[in-house]
Design a protein around this ligand. Structure first.
Ligand code: SPD
Length: 355
């Protein structure tokens, strides 16, 4: 009897040990070394990663996804240069991808972990900012322009000049984004968004300082102001203007006749990312047609995955907010890295904000 109970006690102990060992292996497999569920930290623009995309990935991969947001590419850069190390996924725009590559802040992507890379249209690959897409995959594309409430703003604007019209004092917002907002003033003055002429940047700065008493707020999440009815007009990105129309159908979007910016926002992995492989799996997940369609459905920006269109509602497939006419397209410029000249843009922006 005594012998038997010793034997069964040892058997139980051995079984328990095996089970414990199994749990540890499982924890190591799905979690970090401290046994916690892995957490994918995403640093992106507001309104860019929906709850269903996040939850879909969490469920399938048994991890958690945390989303933090920034208002401009320069905010993202400042954070990374200040040594932020926790981010696994970031979504810089085109010109900022080239700056981050130059600063050695991005990790190279392993294409074998991202087989859905093949779903991307060649139209969005091999761009000037990362010619072989070694560090970036395109997430969405769009433009900057003016969103306005057609029930209030009359006549319909067609020029950046409307944002200097005293009639709209305190009723409009400007993007809290130095390249875009200086860009709007540069375009109004007939200059390039990428000028490296200090006199032109100074003229744009003075124009924005003169405008400042009219501006209700500098805000990159302009759709929030439009939806709340806090402004009747906003310097805004196309998808955000589009999103605002869901609540306020009288909102329209125009790309001013002087021209504006177009962009591709990309998905990248910082060199310092703690969960690089998981981040690549996330990128691969985003490139599934059905998931990619959810990005457009939520953000109202264009998809770079043609097969995603099959999963899009009809009205989102070729909408004019997403696809400007050929004539408008020709008036658009890509923002580019002005190299050392950036300090002129930085200083001009600081002076405008300090006024
Ligand atoms: N709410 C999403 C905003 C995305 C903006 N993209 C920024 C482009 C900057 N040139």
């Amino acid at each position: 009897m005594r012998k038997f109970s010793i034997a069964s006690f040892s058997l139980q102990t051995v079984l328990k040990r095996y089970m414990l060992f199994g749990f540890i292996l499982l924890a190591l497999f799905i979690g970090d070394s401290d046994g916690q569920k892995q957490q994918l930290n995403v640093f992106t623009w507001a309104g860019y990663v929906s709850g269903d995309i996040r939850e879909g990935f969490e469920k399938e991969f048994g991890v958690s996804v945390l989303v933090d947001t920034y208002a401009s590419n320069e905010d993202l850069l400042a954070k990374l240069l200040a040594g932020a190390t926790g981010y696994d996924i970031i979504m810089p725009s085109d010109y900022m991808v080239s700056i981050l590559i130059k600063q050695n802040l991005l990790a190279e992507l392993h294409r074998d972990t991202i087989p859905n890379f093949q779903n991307i249209s060649p139209l969005f690959l091999g761009k000037y900012y990362d010619t072989e897409n070694r560090y970036s995959v395109p997430y969405t594309f769009g433009t900057a322009g003016i969103a306005y409430d057609s029930a209030v703003v009359s006549p319909p604007p067609d020029s950046w000049a409307v944002l200097w019209d005293k009639k709209y004092k305190n009723q409009f917002s400007m993007l809290d984004d130095q390249r875009e907002t200086l860009g709007a003033a540069l375009k109004l003055l007939g200059y390039s968004l990428n000028t490296t002429d200090a006199k032109q940047v100074k003229a744009a700065k003075e124009k924005l300082i003169a405008q400042k008493p009219l501006v209700k707020q500098y805000k990159s999440e302009a759709e929030e102001l439009l939806i709340a009815g806090d402004v009747v007009m906003a310097h805004c990105w196309s998808g955000d203007a589009f999103r605002a129309t869901e609540t306020r159908p009288t909102i329209r979007y125009v790309i001013p006749k002087e021209g504006s910016s177009q962009f591709i926002d990309a998905v990248c992995i910082p060199k310092s990312a703690p969960h690089k492989e998981l981040a690549e799996q996330f990128i691969n997940y985003l490139l599934r047609p059905e998931v990619n369609a959810k990005i457009t459905t939520f953000t109202k920006y264009g998809t770079c995955v043609p097969t995603a269109k099959e999963y899009l509602p009809e009205h989102l497939r070729e909408h004019k907010f997403i696809y400007p006419t050929k004539e408008v397209l020709e008036s658009l410029e890509w923002l580019k890295d002005p190299g050392d000249f950036t300090r002129h843009y930085n200083r001009a922006w600081e002076e405008i904000k300090a006024k």
